[in-house]
Design a protein around this ligand. Structure first.
Ligand code: LLP
Length: 421
């Protein structure tokens, strides 16, 4: 799938139909591009979706129907996977739990259901071992370097809290043996939005780890991190080349372990980012000095990526008939309703407010923020006591509400008299 330069008219129609029916802000996803992405990864033995990117149970169900397995990082994500029909505890390992820590309630649930645990710390290994001898585990390794689209999405190297430090591999395996744990495989995830300069280095580190592990294994995982285009004209990554490098690593690793190894991939963003939009209504257009601010009814409590990472999302304005807003482009910053200066969708990490050349819309027009399918709804909050926005799925021309808008009553209900502690 290549990222279309402009929004297709039927997608704009779907956005406006949903906005009229449900109000704004709202999330709109398209099913077919998600399926296409899953097909593009079919060469891997197992594609394990990192559901933190978008954990709506309807999306999980769709991916399961494509043969995609799932990763969970919390008890809530385990329950979502179960709700979506994933079957735990079979040899297929449909669900794996990956984290750096595990709390007691989650530990009890993974043991009860036989869900393999991808351990990111020796303490986590000990806790799983104490809970159940023979439990299947993975080791998530920090190979000593990492990369991300932003320093906050780099999950490797000496400044990262993630994974078991590579020099601790042998000690961790000894610990696993001491507790009688069954080691399924080795895993590395060096960051999100990775530039592929590191690809061969990660593959070499994996091979080195397999050699040092010096034991039969069932699988290796390349982690996630595959980047997607966010800007017009940005290229897609070359999956064939990525697969070739990892497959070569797998074949070399099989020579070492002497048995077949399942090659897993753990993408989040790649499967869903380009398939989602955030739709908001324009509620004010202000002149500030010689430039304009366009204020939307969506803020960083909906889409947090710009304020956290300075991430770029293309924004287009359409009138309430669906026509693109016309006019001479002029410097415009697009911002939200929150009482906080950082609530600006057009910003650079460090540089802050970015004025983009866009045609000036009017109050009542709509703003469509693109490529918001990953780390959009899942990172939303109730800041400023704003309820979570609804989610809609477009599949074969049919629009379905896949999450209702949260109500203010639901929010306030949590604060009803909770009794004395
Ligand atoms: N596996 C592990 C262990 C992870 O921690 C992550 C993401 C993934 C896989 C999936 O990474 P992906 O393929 O989606 O890049 N909120 C940030 C991204 C943080 C990702 C955290 N971990 C963003 O909006 O860019």
């Amino acid at each position: 799938m290549t990222r279309p330069q402009s929004l297709r008219p039927e997608l704009i129609d779907a956005a406006l139909t949903s906005a009229r029916s449900l109000g704004t802000p709202l999330w709109l996803y398209e099913a077919e591009p998600i399926r296409q992405r899953a097909r593009q990864l079919a060469a891997f033995d197992c594609v394990r979706y990192a559901q933190k990117a978008n954990s709506n149970t309807h999306i999980l169900r769709l991916l399961r129907s494509m043969g995609v397995m799932v990763d969970a990082v919390s008890l809530g994500e385990i329950e979502r996977a179960l709700r979506a029909g994933y079957v735990p505890g079979t040899d297929a390992h449909e669900i794996v739990f990956t984290a750096d820590i595990i709390d007691e309630a989650t530990l009890a649930r993974v043991v009860e259901l036989g869900i393999p645990v991808n351990c990111g710390s020796p303490d986590m290994l000990r806790q799983v071992g104490r809970a159940r001898r023979g439990h299947p585990i993975w080791l998530r390794l920090n190979p000593g370097f990492g990369h991300g689209h932003n320093r906050k999405t780099n999950t490797g190297g000496p400044s990262s809290k993630h994974g078991i430090w590579h020099e601790e591999l042998e000690d961790s395996l000894r610990l696993a043996d001491e507790y009688g744990l069954s080691v399924v495989g080795l895993h590395m995830h060096i960051g999100s939005g990775v530039d592929y300069g590191h690809l061969h280095r990660v593959c070499d580190s994996m091979l080195d780890a397999v050699r040092r592990a010096n034991r039969p294994l069932h699988a290796i995982s390349a982690g996630g991190g595959l980047s997607v285009p966010y800007r017009a004209g940005e290229p897609e990554i070359d999956i064939a080349e990525y697969y070739a490098a990892w497959n070569k690593t797998r074949l070399a690793a099989e020579q070492i372990t002497g048995g077949p190894l399942r090659l897993e991939l753990e993408p989040g963003r790649y499967l869903v980012a380009n398939a989602g939009l955030l739709i908001a209504e324009i509620r004010a257009v202000k002149k500030v000095a010689d430039k304009h601010f366009v204020l939307l009814d969506a803020g960083f409590n909906e889409l947090a990526r710009p304020i956290i990472y300075g991430s770029h999302h293309e924004i287009c304005f359409v009138t309430n008939t669906g026509a693109p807003v016309a006019g001479e482009p002029r410097p415009i910053a697009v911002a939200g309703p929150l009482c906080e200066a950082g609530d600006v969708f057009t910003q650079h990490d460090g540089g802050f407010v970015e004025f983009r050349d866009l045609p000036l819309p009017q109050v009542g027009d709509f703003a469509i923020l693109r490529d918001a399918g990953a780390y959009g709804a899942t990172m939303s909050s109730n800041y400023n006591t704003r309820p979570l926005a609804p989610e809609v799925m477009l599949d074969e021309g049919v629009l379905s509400v896949i999450r209702k808008r949260q109500s203010i009553e639901q929010l306030l209900d949590l604060e009803a008299d909770g009794g004395v502690v």
